[in-house]
Structures are given as structure tokens and as C-alpha cells.
Design a protein around this ligand. Structure first.
Ligand SMILES: [Zn+2]
Length: 276
């Protein structure tokens, strides 16, 4: 049973209207920008409108992207390992300076480890602001600063950018597009950072599987790697539920059919610019 009409999310995605943190339980959206339906693997961000494409759902049925925001943080390695042990891949939307500085030795080791395990790293902005309250220049700084950090520490520039709180407008889309990036939201929110109890968080996965049995659906799940309970209770349950129903847990780029990085090279050597 659907609690929110599908049209809400599609409408917001199509219009680019500011998305106040979407209510946790949402339906699997089928919104796929027309420009990307038949030509995967090309750059989807260079839209003629000058606005970055906004993805709210995956494309490939039977595949789901389990995503983790707000790190890097202390549970990243455990989350990576759990996924790896189950033949699964995850996607981490990381900040530059949120729970800690991305340039710290610990955090550099964490993101390098996750990447080395085949998980994907994407942008969640530098400092986790409300992007819709910033000027264009400030938005640009938020996006380029985290991109620079990921280029220096990992050698990658991410294509996918998730705005904090899911909030974006045309200015945000314009800036993202100018950097070649796409905006990625979600269609299933575990509610792990909204104060919901574990029963509710698990129900998001259980209900998704009930509504979409036998790998008949697709979804982008929102979680936060900064919660002990997400790493140790929710994730094991999510993996079990999804895999029992035949779902493949894949990196975001796989279920979107789009390359995850604008460029990939060697990381730089640590220098005095590695600071927050
Ligand atoms: Zn966040």
C-alpha cells in the first residue's frame, strides 16, 4: 500500500522545486529523464536546459543501490566489509567536513578502502549545508571543494552529487551541470537519521520487498553511515531481505547505467593543501 502518491516525487524531480527532506516512505519512482533512456553510458549531465539531470530511482529492475550518506566515519570499513562479504556493492555520498575532516589519515584510509573494495564514492558537498540557501558561488565552492578532495585523495572526480536533505533548485542544478555532475536523490528512505526506531527502518526494506517480490522492482535506498545501528542492525537485515528476494545490491552507477566518475587517475601525494 502506498502512503505517498508517486506523483509527488516525480513532480518535484521534474520541476526542480526545492525538495524539503522528503518523507521517509516513498514509492519506487519510475522517473527516468527522457534524454538518458536509450543512450546509457554517455554523459547525462550535459542537458540542453543547462540543468543537471536529477535521478530519483534506479533504472534496472532487479538491481538496487544501497547508499550511505554523511561520512566518511568510523563505520565505513565495517559497512564495506559486510557488503563485500555478501557479494554486494554500496555507494557512499561523502562530505569534506561534516563528522570529521576528509583529509585526516583515518578518513583517507576509509575512503580508499571502500573504493578498493569496489564500492563507489560520490559527493555529498563539502560541509553539508542547505544548498538552496546559498549563492551560486557558494554552491560552486561546496561542490568543487569536495571534488578536489576526492581527486587528491582517491584520484577520482565523482559524477554523482547528492544535495544534503535532498534540497536542490535550478541554481544547484545549473552549478552541478556546469561541473558535469548529476544530482541523485533516492526513492526509499530508511529514516535512520530521522529518529525512527529500528522496527520502522527495517520495515522500509521489508515493505519494499513485499511490494516488489522476486526482484521485480528497483530502488535507491538512503541510509547514513554515521549510525552504529545502521551499520550493525539495519544493514545486515537489508542485505538479507533484498538478497532473499533475488535482488542484486549494486553500485549506483550499475543500476543507473552511467559511469560513476568524471575522471579517474592516481591520487596525489599528501601536502599542505590537505586540510579542512
Ligand atoms: Zn546528509
Amino acid at each position: 500500500m502506498f502512503k505517498l502518491p508517486l506523483v509527488n516525487l516525480v513532480f518535484l524531480a521534474l520541476t526542480g522545486i526545492t525538495l524539503a527532506h522528503p518523507t521517509a516512505q516513498q514509492n519506487t519512482s519510475t522517473f527516468v529523464p527522457a534524454s538518458t533512456r536509450s543512450t546509457l553510458r554517455r554523459d547525462p549531465s550535459s542537458t540542453t536546459s543547462g540543468l543537471a539531470t536529477v535521478y530519483t530511482s534506479c533504472i534496472n529492475k532487479g538491481q538496487v543501490a544501497v547508499t550511505f550518506d554523511d561520512g566518511p566515519y568510523i563505520y565505513m570499513k565495517e559497512i564495506s566489509d559486510q557488503l563485500t562479504q555478501h557479494g554486494a556493492k554500496g555507494t557512499f555520498f561523502v562530505n569534506g567536513n561534516n563528522y570529521g575532516c576528509i583529509y585526516s589519515d583515518d578518513n583517507v584510509a576509509r575512503i580508499r578502502y571502500a573504493l578498493s573494495q569496489g564500492h563507489e564514492i560520490a559527493s555529498h558537498t563539502w560541509s553539508h549545508p542547505h544548498l538552496t540557501e546559498l549563492t551560486s558561488n557558494q554552491v560552486k565552492s561546496e561542490l568543487t571543494r569536495i571534488n578536489d578532495a576526492l581527486r587528491k585523495t582517491l584520484g577520482i572526480i565523482p559524477r554523482f552529487m547528492r544535495p544534503p536533505y535532498g534540497e536542490y533548485n535550478d541554481e544547484v542544478r545549473k552549478v552541478a551541470n556546469s561541473l558535469g555532475q548529476s544530482v541523485v536523490i533516492w526513492d526509499q528512505d530508511s529514516g535512520d537519521s530521522d529518529g525512527y526506531d529500528m522496527k520502522y527502518q527495517k520495515s522500509i526494506y521489508k515493505d519494499f520487498v513485499s511490494r516488489n517480490p522476486k526482484a521485480s522492482g528497483t530502488a535507491i535506498f538512503l541510509n547514513h553511515e554515521t549510525h552504529d545501528t545502521t551499520a550493525h542492525e539495519l544493514l545486515p537485515y537489508a542485505i538479507q531481505q533484498l538478497q532473499s528476494a533475488g535482488y542484486q545490491l549494486v553500485a549506483l552507477s550499475v543500476c543507473l547505467g552511467i559511469d560513476p566518475y568524471l575522471s579517474q587517475g592516481a591520487p596525489s601525494k599528501k601536502d599542505s593543501t590537505w586540510k579542512c
